[in-house]
Design a protein around this ligand. Structure first.
Ligand code: HEM
Length: 155
């Protein structure tokens, strides 16, 4: 069985904005949890390696709500696809979770290895397609929180 997780704070200032400045809250579902320092952890669902491309799919969701529902940002089932050109993080968004949005990109870094485990930290920046998710507040290219992955793969 594959085991692992993706840990991501989205953007370091976001959680503080939602909970302290906007006096909102966040809810997690589907196995997502939060670390003491405010990063969200999503369990690994699937890992596929084809040629020099990896597709790592995680499950669970976090939903930020504030401003009496005007702010409603749902991030579900993150998936990272990384290959020789770049890495792209996509998430499901919206109530029904049916639309998939490419949120952030990273450079073409090799996935790190620790024995048979994959360990990987990547710096992310916001893609054009992800701008709307955050209400247009962060411009394209904004640095997001780094992504951390650890996964134990059987094969
Ligand atoms: C009644 C409506 C809203 C009000 C009064 C409001 C107010 C504000 C204020 C004052 C800030 C600056 C906070 C600071 O000091 O850093 C801010 C930042 C921000 N707002 Fe709103 N906002 C509203 C709605 C929204 C909506 C609908 C979204 C959609 C996602 C949103 C997303 C953000 C984001 C992402 C930031 C930047 C947070 C950070 O990283 O620092 N806001 N907002």
């Amino acid at each position: 069985m594959n085991r692992g997780s993706l840990t991501w704070a989205v953007r370091d200032s976001l959680l503080r904005y939602v909970t302290v400045i906007a006096r909102g809250s966040y809810q997690m579902e589907g196995g997502a949890t939060v670390t003491d320092d405010g990063a969200f952890t999503f369990p690994l669902r699937n890992a596929v390696h084809v040629g020099n491309e990896w597709r790592l799919s995680f499950e669970g969701s976090v939903r930020f709500t504030a401003h009496h529902g005007f702010l409603d940002v749902r991030i579900a089932d993150p998936e990272i696809v990384t290959g020789p050109v770049d890495g792209v993080l996509s998430v499901r968004t919206g109530d029904d979770g049916t639309s998939t949005t490419a949120v952030a990109a990273t450079g073409a870094e090799e996935l790190g290895r620790d024995g048979t485990d994959i360990v990987w930290t990547a710096n992310l920046h916001l893609l054009e397609t992800g701008v709307e998710l955050f209400g247009g507040v962060y411009p394209v290219g904004t640095d997001l929180a780094p992504l951390n992955i650890r996964a134990s793969l059987d094969s």
